[in-house]
Design a protein around this ligand. Structure first.
Ligand code: SF4
Length: 271
């Protein structure tokens, strides 16, 4: 696991502590629990800036106000003296993003950063992340169960199941032509305006997998409509498109997965 040429897994904990929060920013799902309820927003920003950047308190406070303005908090000077509970959910998430980017990280990780927000605020936060990525020139990793969020923000996607990557590629290709049955199943679950037949959403059968130890099968086999005996005894190989940019780990050819993704609804699925 390398960041700007440095092996993070080989770093001692003392150096990793300096990387976290400075070189890597993190936006959590629930800002109410991620922010300290006993400290004002300004104190939390100033503390982070002083800890990682070693700047004096007045300069840190000026920078904190600039950051709040950058993420779209109205009256940033006054907002510094408010506590997290005095902000709405969307504004709290903006504060959390300001904290995550306050040290100009090379990488920002947003873990389900919009899941707890209502759809209107979700769109605002996604466009904020897109703008900050562009303006600050940082890399952005979005972790989400929501393919709509991925489509709105990301260039490339890795689909994971049971702790391993099962498909990767540019977002438009993966969403338009999934090569793995799990991705196809997730896409079938996304409500779409063009489904004028009032198609019922078809859940992926079974439960999510808890993986312990090494496995010698396809982790998705118990839930896969295309599974056969080989899937239960051998780890599937990777195959890629001709340009090598879009790949998946599956025994079945992409044509079989495409048929699954575009399958006509059954009578039970139409209401
Ligand atoms: S390897 Fe088999 S079980 Fe696994 S996703 Fe492909 S078809 Fe399904």
């Amino acid at each position: 696991m390398r960041l700007a040429g440095r092996d993070l897994l080989a770093m001692p904990e003392s150096r990793l502590r300096r990387v976290r929060g400075a070189d890597v920013g993190f936006v959590f799902q629930d800002p109410l629990t991620a922010l300290d309820p006993a400290m004002t927003v300004g104190e939390q920003l100033v503390e982070t800036l002083r800890c990682h950047r070693g700047i004096r308190r007045p300069a840190a406070r000026r920078r904190a106000a600039e950051l709040l303005e950058l993420v779209g908090i109205p009256e940033p000077g006054a907002a510094l003296d408010r506590f997290p509970r005095q902000f709405s959910g969307g504004m709290r998430q903006r504060v959390l993003i300001a904290l995550a980017i306050c040290c100009d990280p090379a990488l920002l990780i947003a873990d389900e950063a919009t899941t707890a927000l209502d759809p209107t605020v979700q769109i605002q936060i996604l466009s904020l992340l897109r703008r900050l990525r562009r303006e600050l020139g940082m890399a952005l990793i979005v972790i989400s169960h929501d393919l709509g969020v991925i489509a709105a923000v990301c260039d490339r996607v890795q689909v994971m199941y049971g702790g391993v990557v099962v498909e990767h590629g540019p977002v438009p290709q993966v969403l338009a032509a999934p090569r793995h049955p799990y991705t196809a199943g997730l896409l079938r679950l996304a409500p779409r305006f063009e489904h004028r037949t009032h198609r019922r959403l078809r859940p992926i059968p079974g439960m999510a997998l808890t993986v312990t130890g090494t496995r010698h099968d396809c982790r998705f086999a118990d839930r896969c409509e295309l599974a056969d005996d080989r899937c239960r005894t051998e780890v599937p190989p990777w195959s890629h498109t001709a340009d090598g940019r879009h790949g998946s780990a599956c025994w079945r050819p992409p044509t079989a997965v495409a048929a699954l993704a575009s399958a006509a609804p059954t009578p039970q699925e139409v209401r």
